[in-house]
Design a protein around this ligand. Sequence first.
Ligand SMILES: [Fe+2]
Length: 173
Amino acid sequence: MAAIDHETVRSNFVVGLRDVHAVENQALALIDRQLDRLKNYDDVAEQLRRHRSETETQIERVEAILDSLSESHSALKDVGMKLTGNLAALGHTIADDEILKNTFANFAFENFEAASYRSLIAMADAGGFGSALDPLKQSLDEELAMAAWIETRIPALTLKYLDLASRGETAGR
Ligand SMILES: [Fe+2]
């Protein structure tokens, strides 16, 4: 394989950073919507609050990398919305079992974010953007940890939902 053209790597790296910036802002909105509605699942609420503050730091990391590349991060809001439309739609669903459906959506979302960071790490490596590697790896680790927490929690969450539902209590949120 011929050497990859540096300008091609750089421009795709910038696009990827802007997209993940938009995805993380979408994540904040999805977390806030869930925190507004959660009632009976304190551990989920606590974990979402914890990950919300991680997400804010992840946004700052992406902005710092864009700054270091002399790329503006203003007007980032619109970029990447095309990517997140489908995932965001999952978070809008208000079903009887919304705690379960939101958990599935959160799991998908965290894995989407993790995949984005893995791709950005490969681009940073290929483009010689060495100072971006550590912050991107840190964010990747946080996304993987959140995804793992969600995955591990699914069976117990399902049983708690069934228990609340069978007692006629608010089970869905
Ligand atoms: Fe995340």
